[in-house]
Design a protein around this ligand. Structure first.
Ligand SMILES: [Zn+2]
Length: 230
């Protein structure tokens, strides 16, 4: 794989996570504001619900991402610690294991032994982490970075419905939230598909369809509450 392709693959992961985070923000906050609007509430109440939804959603995304990536980081550091111990207690077996990995990747037994010996002399733990455990600098779990990226992408997606609630004419508020949300969802869906090399049209339709379902369900509940409670 060429150097630039490897970088592109690394970026694709981040881009997909960002698009999915923005999708979550957009669908959940648009549905929330549509639901509150359907109950007959004033703009101020809808706006408060929207802003509270952005903060709550972004924080829960950040917390969830931090917890899951931290447990991944814990597993990685436990693997590294075990590897370090094995290298200290059974260096010969570890050297043979590393040579075996290179041999299974196509090197001749002699060359595999040579490469394993040289890489072990250079940085034994690094060689085992990379070639045995598959841990590279790029794939290392970074809980804080991941959680901030997740919260930020959620907030970016959620910002659109909140801005519309804040500035749109009251009479067309719900229609504008629904319309712009479906348009942006289609664009995000198409983008994620394009980046992942999947069919664009189907992906755009799929995410817009579920966005519409979510908003319709929230509007239904909001109207029900509006008639019964308010
Ligand atoms: Zn090992």
């Amino acid at each position: 794989m060429r150097h630039s392709e490897r970088h592109r693959t690394a970026h694709i992961g981040w881009l997909r996570a960002a698009v999915l985070g923005a999708n979550d923000g957009l669908i959940s906050t648009a549905s929330l504001t549509i639901g509150v609007a359907a109950s007959g509430s004033e703009r101020a109440a809808i706006l408060i619900a929207g802003v509270a939804g952005v903060v709550a959603g972004a924080m829960s995304m950040a917390a969830g991402e931090y917890v899951s990536v931290s447990s991944q980081a814990d597993t990685e550091s436990a693997d590294i610690a075990r590897e370090r111990g094995e290298l200290e207690t059974q260096p010969e077996a570890e050297l043979a294991e590393l040579a075996g990995i290179y041999e299974s990747r196509g090197l001749s037994p002699d060359l595999a032994k040579q490469v394993a010996a040289q890489l072990t002399a250079h940085d034994a733990l690094g060689a085992h982490a990379r070639d045995e455990l598959g841990l590279t600098e790029a794939s290392t779990a970074r809980p804080l970075q991941a959680s901030l990226a997740s919260a930020a992408s959620f907030a970016v997606g959620a910002a659109l419905p909140v801005l519309i609630v804040a500035f749109a004419p009251a009479a067309s508020l719900s229609r504008l939230v629904i319309g712009s949300t479906l348009v942006l969802l289609s664009i995000l869906g198409a983008l994620a598909a394009k980046v992942g090399g999947a069919p664009v049209g189907r992906a755009a339709f799929r995410v817009a369809f579920w966005g519409a379902i979510a908003m319709a369900a929230s509007a239904g509940v909001g109207r029900l509450f509006g008639t019964q409670v308010v």
